[in-house]
Design a protein around this ligand. Structure first.
Ligand code: GLN
Length: 190
């Protein structure tokens, strides 16, 4: 079965990492939670969940994982959702903070507005019709030429791929639909 050989990590410092593990496990992937450098060194691909990107950054720095995670991403696939997508970006605004700079895109945090900052919408994506849950989501304000836009919402990219990396400003782990995780696994297994 696909996914049996590769080991998938889910960064488990903060955020909704358990749901990602459930989606990957459902698809037959072998998974571990990644909380240490040793665990990171064992995995072939990593999911960075949603949560609070500022808190994740603090914890990555505290555990000395930031630079090593960037080196990991220079070689291995990472799928970042929401806060994870923020960490993947080249630049981050509102407010500015550092990021892994693994994808050529700029994001603005919490940019969909306060009253309607969380919503469920239907997207017409390259993967078909998708239900997308946005929770205090960033807007991907710019994507570079190497970035493939797989879905957009209100004119902004919300699901993007650059080579081995995938990022979503929404939360595919919160619907029963595992196509986005399957898409990531297809990248990893290719
Ligand atoms: N607003 C959060 C941040 O800026 C992201 C929210 C999420 O991951 N659902 O990090």
């Amino acid at each position: 079965m696909a996914g049996n050989e590769k080991l998938y990590g889910v960064l488990a410092l903060q955020g909704d990492y358990e749901k990602h593990q459930q989606s990957l496990t459902h698809l037959g992937a072998r998974t571990i939670f990644v909380k240490t450098l040793d665990e990171l060194s064992r995995v072939h691909a990593l999911v960075i969940p949603g949560g609070e990107s500022t808190t994740m950054l603090r914890l990555l720095d505290y555990y000395g994982m930031f630079d090593i995670l960037r080196k990991f991403g220079a070689q291995k696939p990472i799928f970042g959702t929401c806060a994870g997508a923020i960490l993947m970006a080249r630049t981050v605004s509102s407010p500015a903070q550092k990021s892994l700079d693994l994808m050529d895109m700029d994001v603005e945090r919490n940019a969909y507005g306060r009253q309607v900052d969380s919503r469920i919408v239907r997207l017409d994506s390259a993967l078909g019709d998708l239900e997308a849950v946005f929770i205090r989501a960033p807007i991907i304000r710019r994507t570079g030429p190497g970035v493939e836009v797989l879905a957009s919402y209100l004119g902004d990219a919300v699901l993007v791929r650059q080579g081995r990396h995938l990022a979503a400003s929404f939360h595919p782990e919160l619907t029963g639909d595992t196509r986005v995780h399957q898409y990531f696994m297809d990248i990893v297994e290719a």
